[in-house]
Write a protein that binds this ligand. Structure first.
Ligand SMILES: [Zn+2]
Length: 60
């Protein structure tokens, strides 16, 4: 089963996808980023994504 990511409109597998309804943790973060902007890495939920090039977290 495929789902359409609401963030980037890519299709992704539904099963075995901890980031659903998003295609990846990155897109999930993009969505959450609306509120978590800088500190969007949720402990315990980070899933490495090879396509992802995460910037180092800025500390103020
Ligand atoms: Zn996506």
């Amino acid at each position: 089963m495929k789902i359409k990511c609401p963030v980037c409109d890519k299709y992704a597998d539904w099963s075995d996808n901890p980031s659903r309804p998003f295609c990846s943790q990155r897109c999930r973060n993009v969505d959450l980023g609306n509120w978590f902007d800088e500190d969007y890495r949720v402990a315990g939920e980070y899933v490495p994504d090879p396509e992802q090039n995460q910037p180092e977290q800025n500390s103020h």
